[in-house]
Write a protein that binds this ligand. Structure first.
Ligand code: FUL
Length: 469
């Protein structure tokens, strides 16, 4: 961990010495930066609902309902890795309260089931499989619990903190993300639990300091505000969470979608969406089409968000063939559509970097960790790139360790001796992908039209998504 932090901090420290721009506003921590670079992760909803067909189990289901006879977490991990994903987050406990590990705080767990004679532990198998396939391991542990008799009393908060402890204390190795779901369907006459968020967050920080905590309001990443797989094209990674809480007290959905331009904290968006209509597996449902998965990718990763794609294992305890095939088709299509970066190594023209270290060359060197930084006064620069071929995708990346800065930009193309605008956008952030009808341009011009500070860009890339059809 210390080594990783040093690896992150050294280039930044070196950059500062060489006159890098001052950071603008809140910036990501090393863990948030590492998380952002993961881009696509797998979500696995798995538990009694897999067997009952319910989306929200009642909490009264017999433990024996959970009986995945051919559980194969290595197959989950193999599938995720082959699809290019970097981590898996599993529903260790969904709202029905059933725990996929022998949680000593509960009597509604794998240990009370007859699955493997009560000695099974999905978290153990999955965390080991993730390690084997070079993936990171994360957990969803629902605060809302329809089984626990203490839910609705202050005792529950202590119990929930101990539940967190029994997963995060290192027995399953490092946990890269802790997912705090905000849902509660108790309704007007139901139980009311005042959650002790400071206690929960402190428990996670103490046991897994590098874990990124998800909720409607962070503290480390936020819900994108819908389950359609679509981040807002105007998406700030900054948010002002003061006065809000996860769940019923969360900010309005449009704030979750867009963040706050002048937000007080770095709380980037995560787009969670299911490959199927439901979150849990059902034999009547089918995975989404490759076209739809492409749309989701472009509207999440391509709009400055992480994509958390749910691929629910079935009653055998395996990812169904139809879903893994679909993932492979999607991966192949991504590979085809982003096969060759046509801007790699080209000479960009525009305001010079503040020193050779931040020169225009850095924009097209294919390395996220090097960047172009003009002088501080340069808020709305124009950049030109030779093109000379057919393109239909432009990828822009800001160097977010110095903050998210760009608020709007335009893209123009020079064809037949005339410049015309082909796209415009608002935020960029870690990654922004713009698609436009294929065009043969001699040159492209990108103009930042407003920015919180002088822009600091890591990469400009160009693709022809149809070249390899
Ligand atoms: C929601 C939950 O209520 C759903 O069941 C699902 O887990 C989804 C990811 O989050 O809030």
């Amino acid at each position: 961990m210390i080594r990783r932090m040093l690896l992150f901090l050294l280039p930044l420290a070196a950059a500062c010495c060489a006159g890098a721009p001052e950071p603008c506003g809140p910036v990501p921590t090393p863990s948030q930066m590492e998380w952002q670079k993961m881009e696509v992760n797998m979500f696995c909803h798995f538990g009694p609902n897999t067997f009952s067909g319910l989306e929200w189990g009642e909490g009264t289901e017999p433990e024996d309902l959970f009986n995945p006879e051919a559980l194969d977490c290595r197959q989950w991990a193999r599938t995720a890795a082959a699809a290019g994903m970097k981590g898996i987050i599993v529903t260790a406990k969904h709202h029905d309260g059933f725990c996929l590990w022998p949680n000593p705080e509960s009597t509604h767990t794998v240990a009370q089931s007859s699955w493997r004679g009560g000695s099974g532990d999905v978290l153990k198998e999955l965390s080991e499989a993730c390690r084997e396939y070079g993936l990171k391991f994360g957990v969803y542990i629902s605060p809302w619990d329809r089984n626990d008799p203490d839910y609705g009393t202050p005792r529950y908060n202590e119990k929930y903190a101990r539940t967190l402890r029994s997963v995060l204390d290192g027995r399953y190795g490092p946990v890269f993300e802790q997912w705090f779901d905000g849902a509660c369907g108790e309704g007007p006459g139901g139980k009311r639990q005042e959650y002790d968020w400071p206690l929960f967050r402190q428990t996670v920080r103490e046991l897994q300091p590098a874990a990124v905590m998800f909720s409607d309001v962070g503290p480390d990443c936020r819900w994108v505000g819908n389950e359609r797989g679509s981040a807002s094209p105007d998406n700030w990674s900054t948010l002002s969470p003061e006065g809000f809480t996860p769940g019923a007290g969360s900010p309005p959905v449009d704030t979750l979608q867009c963040g706050n331009k002048w937000g007080s904290s770095w709380i980037p968006a995560e787009t969670d969406v299911s490959i199927r209509p439901g979150w849990f597996w059902r034999d009547t449902e089918e995975p989404k089409s490759t076209d739809e998965l492409m749309r989701i990718y472009l509207e999440s990763v391509g709009r400055n968000s992480l994509l958390l794609l749910n691929v629910p294992p079935d009653t055998r305890g395996r990812i169904p063939e139809a879903d893994s095939l679909r993932l492979m088709e999607w991966k192949a299509r991504l590979g085809r559509e982003f096969a060759v970066n046509l801007a790699l190594g080209v000479r960009a023209e525009g305001p010079r970097g503040r020193s050779p270290r931040y020169s225009l060359k850095k924009l097209t060197d294919g390395d996220y960790d090097t960047f172009w930084a003009p002088r501080d006064a340069e808020f709305t620069p124009s950049l030109e790139l030779p093109c000379g071929t057919t393109v239909d995708r432009l990828v822009l990346q800001e160097y977010i360790p110095l903050g998210q800065r760009v608020a709007s930009f335009t893209v123009e193309a020079l064809a037949g001796g005339e410049w015309s605008e082909i796209a415009r956008g608002t935020t960029i952030g870690y990654k922004r992908i713009l698609s436009f009808p294929p065009l043969s341009a001699d040159r492209l011009r990108i103009t930042v039209t407003s920015s919180k500070a002088s822009p600091v860009l890591s990469e400009v890339a160009l693709y022809n998504s149809l070249a390899n059809e």
